[in-house]
Design a protein around this ligand. Structure first.
Ligand SMILES: [Zn+2]
Length: 353
C-alpha cells in the first residue's frame, strides 16, 4: 500500500534520490525471468499474488479517484454498450493513475461481451516484457494478475481469470489480455496453458547488451520509475518469501556467472571496476570490493530493491555477486557470509576448495 501510494504521488525512494528517479528494466526483469526459468511454479505464483494484491488495493484506488465504491453494482444488468463504455473508461483511468504516473504503458479495453463475460484488454509499452523477444508465449504474469484483480474487484466477481493472447516477448506489437469466467472451458484451458509454459531459455545476455549500450528497448525509453518496479517485485516476493529465499541465491549465482563475460567485455576495464560500473549504471547501486585472493568482501550500499524485502531480495543479489565474482576471477567462489551492516549489504566470498 505504501509503495503504491508513493507510485501514485510520484514520490522519490529515499533521501538522496530524486523524485521519480529512473532505473533500467533489465535488473528486475532478469531476476523474475531467471526465477521463472528455474522453477515452473513461478508464473503461477506471480499471477496469483498480483491478482490478490490488486483486488485488495482496488477499493483504495477507487476511493482515491473519488468514485462511489458501489459504482458497478448490478453490472450484470447493464446493457453491453454501457458496460463497455463505462468499464473501459474507469479501467483506463485507474491504470493510467497507477501506471502512466510511473511512466507505464497505455491500456485499452478493446472488446467486452457480457454473457459469457469476456473482456479483451490491449496494453502498450508493458515494462514486464519490454526489450524481450523470442519467447513462444506471453510472459506478463504480473500484469495479467493485476488486471484481473482490479476488474474482479470493480465488478464484484471473484470467478475471473486471464491469459495473454499476444505479447511483445512472443513477437507481438503489444500485450493483449483476455479475461473471462473461470468456469468457461476455453478460458480455463488457455489460462492453464499460459501459467504452465514450456520450459524457457531466456537470452538475458542479449538483453543485457542492449541495456548496457542504452539501446532504446521501449518507446518510452529504457527507464521506468523505481517505485513501480519495487511495487512489482515486492508484490511477487512478499507472498512467497520462503521460495525466493531458497532458490534466489542459486538462481542469482547462475545468472551472475552467465553475464560476467559480457560485463567485463563491455566495460573493457579492470574486473572490479567493471563490476562497480555494472551495478552503478544498471541498478544505481554503489558497490565496493575489498580483499584479495583469499577472501573478498563486497559491500553494496543502500540496496534500493532490498529495502522492503531484505532476506529474499538479497538472496538473489548475493548469489549474483558470487556468480559475477566467479566469472570475473575465473575461480569458483563460495558464499561465506551475507549480512547487513547499517543498511549496507556485505557479502563475503572465499575461493571454493
Ligand atoms: Zn506481455
Amino acid at each position: 500500500m505504501e509503495l503504491l501510494a508513493r507510485v501514485m504521488k510520484k514520490e522519490g525512494v529515499s533521501p538522496g534520490r530524486a523524485a521519480g528517479e529512473d532505473i533500467d528494466l533489465f535488473v528486475p526483469q532478469s531476476m523474475l525471468l531467471a526465477m521463472e526459468e528455474s522453477n515452473r511454479a513461478v508464473p503461477r505464483l506471480i499471477y496469483l499474488s498480483a491478482r490478490e494484491t490488486a483486488r485488495r488495493n482496488a477499493y483504495m484506488i477507487v476511493r482515491k479517484l473519488g468514485m462511489p465504491p458501489d459504482y458497478f453494482w448490478k453490472f450484470e444488468l447493464w446493457t453491453q454498450e454501457r458496460a463497455f463504455t463505462t468499464l473501459g473508461k474507469i479501467v483506463q483511468r485507474i491504470f493510467s493513475t497507477i501506471m502512466s504516473e510511473a511512466k507505464e504503458g497505455k491500456l485499452e479495453v478493446r472488446e467486452l461481451s457480457l454473457d459469457p463475460l469476456r473482456i479483451s484488454v490491449d496494453f502498450d509499452n508493458c515494462v514486464e516484457c519490454a526489450g524481450l523477444r523470442g519467447f513462444p508465449h506471453g510472459i506478463c504474469y504480473y500484469h495479467a494478475g493485476t488486471f484481473t484483480g482490479i476488474i474482479a474487484a470493480l465488478i464484484n466477481r471473484d470467478n475471473l481469470d486471464c491469459y495473454e493472447a499476444g505479447c511483445i516477448a512472443s513477437g507481438g506489437e503489444r500485450c493483449s489480455f483476455v479475461l473471462g469466467d473461470k468456469s468457461s472451458r476455453d478460458i480455463a484451458r488457455e489460462f492453464e496453458a499460459y501459467l504452465e509454459p514450456p520450459a524457457m531459455k531466456v537470452d538475458l545476455v542479449n538483453r543485457l547488451t542492449r541495456s548496457l549500450k542504452k539501446d532504446s528497448v521501449r518507446s518510452l525509453g529504457n527507464m521506468v520509475n523505481v517505485n513501480y518496479l519495487r511495487l512489482v517485485t515486492a508484490n511477487v516476493l512478499r507472498d512467497n518469501p520462503r521460495l525466493f529465499a531458497l532458490t534466489g541465491a542459486e538462481v542469482g549465482r547462475h545468472f551472475g556467472q552467465n553475464v560476467a563475460g559480457t560485463v567485463r567485455g563491455f566495460y573493457g576495464v579492470e574486473k572490479w571496476q567493471a563490476l562497480k560500473s555494472y551495478y552503478s549504471n544498471l541498478c544505481r547501486l554503489e558497490v565496493d570490493v575489498r580483499g584479495g585472493d583469499a577472501e573478498l568482501q563486497i559491500t553494496v550500499g543502500k540496496t534500493v530493491l532490498a529495502a522492503e524485502n531484505s532476506a529474499e531480495m538479497t538472496a538473489f543479489l548475493a548469489g549474483e555477486l558470487q556468480g559475477l565474482a566467479s566469472g570475473l576471477t575465473g575461480q569458483a567462489m563460495a558464499l561465506k557470509e551475507s549480512r547487513f551492516e547499517d543498511n549496507n549489504l556485505v557479502v563475503t566470498l572465499v575461493p571454493e576448495p
